[in-house]
Design a binder for this molecule. Structure first.
Ligand code: OAD
Length: 235
């Protein structure tokens, strides 16, 4: 029997979007099987070959915007829970897709950035983008080319809004990680921060990862996320 928390932080990873048709990173046929992380997800890779990096994110953005890709039952269950829950709720996603917001989630942090945003290297201003862009695209603030990069956090860079995330983790009494392998720091350490503050920690994943959560629920996100959050609302 789960007791109803007063404050909950949920972390999601690529596994929650897998059943929407977006590939995860570390599956056998995942994104990192077909692309070198150093080439497409580091500042050094961008400096070496910006065109390759632009094309990687342009392709992913195009895929996200096809009609076949839409939020699934797990994204919707989290939005419903946030709407009906009377305590504090923060959703932190490592995903750069927009499926949580399309499902209706509101208190949401994209700690690894967003595919549908680009950033000016000079002003650091962030702009919405739904089309391809590259080295030749003119920036909306500087009006010149060569200044735009994807608003995505690369390896070696600081994830976004960490102060807000840490403060929520330190004050929550339940932490739930969904569809993440726990390979990438600092997200992989969130459950430990929550545990130190005596929060209960739960993992919902297709398979058990190496992290020691208090509870592990195995199954596809579209099944176990709606079940878990419905039972939390009833508790
Ligand atoms: P991974 O690809 O590392 O892990 C995906 C996790 O989702 C695995 O643990 C799978 O078991 C699980 N999974 C797959 N399908 C599922 C399903 N249908 N239901 C439930 N779980 C499922 O992706 P992340 O952990 O999100 O960062 O990766 C973390 C970060 O590494 C990403 O944000 C990205 C990447 O490099 C950056 O690029 C900075």
């Amino acid at each position: 029997m789960i007791s109803r928390p007063r404050s909950i932080v949920v972390l999601t990873g690529a596994g929650i979007s897998a059943e929407s048709g977006i590939e995860t990173f570390r599956a056998a046929e995942g994104l990192w099987a077909n692309h070198r992380v150093d080439d497409v997800a580091t500042p050094e890779g961008f400096a070496r070959n910006p065109q390759l990096v632009y094309e990687f994110y342009n392709q992913r953005r195009r895929q996200l915007l096809t009609p076949e890709i839409s939020p699934n039952a797990a994204h919707s269950a989290l939005a419903k829970f946030e709407h009906e829950f009377d305590g504090e709720f923060l959703l932190v996603t490592q995903n750069v897709d927009n499926l949580h917001e399309r499902a209706g989630s509101q208190n949401l942090i994209h700690m690894h950035g967003e595919l549908l945003k680009m950033r000016c290297l000079n002003s650091k201003l962030v702009f919405d983008v739904s089309e391809d862009f590259d080295y030749d695209t003119h920036c909306r603030c500087c009006r010149s080319a060569g200044n735009l990069r994807p608003h995505v956090v690369w390896f070696g860079e600081m994830p976004l809004q960490m102060n807000r995330i840490n403060s929520a983790l330190e004050n929550c009494d339940m932490f739930v990680a969904i569809g993440t392998s726990g390979n990438v720091y600092p997200a992989s350490g969130f459950y430990q921060t929550a545990k130190i503050r005596k929060a209960s920690t739960v993992e919902l994943n297709l398979e058990r990862t190496g992290s020691s959560f208090d509870r592990h629920v195995r199954g596809p996100a579209t099944e176990c996320v709606p079940q878990f959050f419905e039972s939390l609302l009833r508790s």
